[in-house]
Design a protein around this ligand. Structure first.
Ligand SMILES: [Zn+2]
Length: 276
């Protein structure tokens, strides 16, 4: 499945993408990127840079990854799991009706995806002061918002970043002044127009309680589940190094499946030589 929105770069939309071949080094880079150093949007960019092989055939550097819309970034984060062979995760739910504690399996790749609108990544609105063209929020905008003080007017700051051009009847009015003067109703109108074009991945999933059959809505944050798959990588390196005496870099450069085959061989050998 291509990107639900696409990378807008040099007046073209690139929707194809590919992850890198999976090796221990890539797993380690992904693991390090998901450790929450810095802000969340920075971590998502690092994570995608560690894992993506290409974006529309282009080298996925920080600038391109930050140019991806928020929905595309979210989409790629959910697709990471299938690439890692860990698409299914278990969530623990406390039933809102009967308080029962139950486990619920979810495939990240099964989360519904809303595709981008026809004028993506742009939309136009006619407001009191004139006609405005906007682009849907991207990773670079998220990075700016993440660093704002708590009392900042995040919506207007975001709109300032997403404003592409404005034609006013009066002419010659500073665009930042225009944004400051937008009414709440106009802001809601712009937000609705942007949402109409922006791609989106569902963040809620339905989990039916096995006790009382109540359908619980659970919040899915794929980012929180990214650490778990890599906890064993240092142990893997240690086990292979102790038997084969290869360097860490050599072991990490192995494709992940081959690393697993060596681990299986070590286990088999140990099993064969263990006294009864
Ligand atoms: Zn229940």
């Amino acid at each position: 499945m291509p990107l639900p929105g696409g990378l807008w770069h040099n007046d073209q939309c690139y929707r194809e993408f590919g992850f890198r071949p999976l090796t221990g080094a890539v797993e380690l880079a992904v693991s390090e990127a998901s450790q929450f150093v810095g802000t969340r949007p920075e971590a998502v960019t690092d994570l995608l840079q560690a894992s993506l092989g290409h974006l529309g055939g282009l080298e996925p550097d920080t600038v391109l990854i930050d140019t991806l819309s928020v929905g595309d970034r979210h989409f790629l984060t959910t697709r990471l799991f299938a690439w890692l062979g860990k698409d299914e995760a278990w969530f623990t739910v406390d039933c809102q009706a009967c308080n029962a504690h139950f486990d619920f399996p979810l495939r990240f790749s099964s989360l519904p995806v809303k595709p981008a609108g026809p004028s993506y990544p742009f939309c136009e609105t006619i407001l009191g002061a004139g006609t405005f063209k906007w682009r849907v929020p991207n990773g670079a905008d998220q990075k700016v918002l993440a660093l704002l003080p708590e009392n900042a007017d995040t919506v207007r700051v975001l709109l300032q970043h997403c404003l592409v051009e404005g034609k006013t009847a009066a002419g010659g009015v500073a665009l930042d002044r225009l944004i400051a003067d937008l009414t709440d109703l106009e802001i809601a109108q712009v937000e609705a127009a942007l949402e109409g074009q922006a791609p989106e991945v569902a963040t809620l999933a339905q989990a039916t309680c096995p006790g009382c059959f109540r359908v619980n809505m659970i919040q899915i944050d794929p980012f929180l589940y990214l650490n778990a798959p890599f906890q064993g990588i240092s142990t893997d390196v240690h086990r292979i190094a102790s038997v084969y005496h290869w360097s860490e870099a050599e072991i990490l450069s192995l494709p992940s499946q081959r690393r697993q085959r060596y681990l299986d061989l070590i286990d088999r050998e140990r099993g064969a030589t263990t006294p009864p």
